[in-house]
Design a protein around this ligand. Structure first.
Ligand SMILES: [Fe+2]
Length: 425
């Protein structure tokens, strides 16, 4: 008999949260011993003036900051290597990232590869890379998110594309966690509606996937050195996931409709961070597994509000677009949890028998997607039935994520989910 897991782990980065928390950054840089930092950001964000403001705040506190603004939205191996070579040999003793997940993840990798130099692929997850462990603690890194989305300020993962192999993969190790996340709702105010909507639905899928993933105590026992970061749903991650789902249900529509609604921005920023804590420990499953090929194979979709010349399916859209179909499929594995998630989102589940509730969460999610302007399915992103074999093949490469599904999922099941996700309304 296989021995089941009895131990659960909860790790996160320290968080400083609140309106104008950014103003305290010099104090935190000094406290962490930083005297000369590299600030990692992207060119669009430079136009908002925030990176320059952070540089000035740091300088007033005696910390010298240089800016690198070459972050690629959805980082690639090449964009990461360019950032690393910018930083190499310049003796930075700390890092600041200002932006969405792409900037935060780029700073994680620059910190890693300038502290313990090695070819990028040495650290990339197996089987694409060698999956070598990070040798030791990294330099201080303060992450300042500007979208209420990835929760990357709390997580131990950096995600990257390798276009030559047509795969999205990552580096995952607890030492990648930033030393501090400064989550300031004011920094999300300039986020345009579609970016807010996509990021907010990324938050929601993080929370619902982690809430419904195969529980930690339904998995084989790990020895501590091999226990993965994603251990499965557990009583500690549930707390964070439930609250995040509730806040997205209450505040996402408001944040999309009126970007200046500070209360909605505040709770969405909080939701992103606490969902990050939940999924960073429990783990995501089918929608995030499918998101890799859905984003990677895009040919002809240009989302509104994203300044991009290349076609792009933003991460949040790529995950939520299959979520209703995926949760319809996973419902039988944990009906109460799916119903509870729908209720936290605002659905009335009173009197719904578990045997008849499979549609409640998908319907609630679809309602929210529609209200915030998300495309109505894979077809609207340019995919058709002819693309399904390639999408399935791409998703099957994400075994690390698919094994977290509460129901066993293979090619046939993925195909059914993708067909179901073509057109929702
Ligand atoms: Fe995500």
């Amino acid at each position: 008999m296989v021995e089941v897991e009895t131990v659960l782990v909860m790790e996160t980065a320290p968080i400083k949260f609140g309106v104008n928390a950014t103003a305290e950054i010099a104090f935190d840089l000094r406290r962490l011993g930083v005297t000369r930092a590299l600030l990692v950001t992207d060119r669009n964000l430079m136009k908002t003036g925030l990176p320059d403001r952070v540089r000035k705040l740091a300088a007033e506190g005696g910390v010298q900051v240089e800016i690198y603004d070459g972050v690629h939205v959805e980082p690639t191996d090449a964009s990461l290597e360019a950032a690393v070579s910018f930083a190499q040999g310049r003796n930075f003793d700390g890092f600041i990232s200002v932006g969405g997940g792409s900037s935060i993840d780029t700073a994680k990798v620059v910190n890693l590869l300038t502290t313990y130099p090695a070819p990028l692929l040495d650290y990339v997850n197996k089987p694409i890379g060698k999956g070598l462990p990070v040798p030791g603690p990294l330099k201080p890194h303060i992450a300042v998110p500007t979208t209420a989305g990835t929760g990357s300020e709390t997580t131990a993962v950096a995600v990257l594309d390798i276009p030559a192999l047509k795969v999205k993969t990552g580096i995952s190790h607890r030492y990648l966690r930033p030393s501090l996340g400064i989550v300031d709702p004011l920094n999300t105010i300039t986020c345009p509606p579609m970016v807010t909507a996509a990021a907010g639905l990324d938050v929601l899928t993080h929370a619902v996937e982690s809430y419904t993933t195969r529980p930690y105590n339904a998995r084989p026992k790990y020895n501590p050195a091999e226990r993965p970061a994603y251990i499965g749903a557990n009583p500690l991650s549930d707390i964070w996931c439930e609250k995040a789902i509730e806040y997205v249900g209450r505040y996402l529509r408001r944040a999309v409709m009126n970007g200046l609604d500070l209360e909605a921005r505040t709770y969405m920023a909080l939701a992103a961070t606490i969902a990050g804590i939940g999924f960073g420990n429990a783990g995501v499953h089918i929608p995030h597994g499918l998101a890799y090929p859905v984003a990677g194979m895009v040919r002809n979709y240009w989302p509104p509000d994203y300044q991009t010349e290349e076609p792009l399916v933003p991460h949040g859209i790529s995950v939520v677009v299959t979520a209703p179909a995926a949760f319809r499929f996973t419902y039988p594995a944990a009906p109460e949890r799916h119903l509870k998630a729908a209720a936290l989102l605002g659905a009335d589940v009173s009197g719904v028998a578990v045997t008849e509730g499979a549609e409640v969460l998908p319907r609630t999610l679809i309602g929210l997607m529609r209200d915030v302007g998300i495309p109505n399915g894979l077809a609207a992103l340019g995919y058709g039935e002819a693309d399904i074999p390639a999408l399935v093949e791409g998703a099957l490469k994400q075994q690390r994520i698919l094994v977290n599904s509460p129901r066993d999922v293979g090619a046939e099941e993925l195909k059914r989910i993708l067909l179901d996700a073509m057109v929702y309304w």
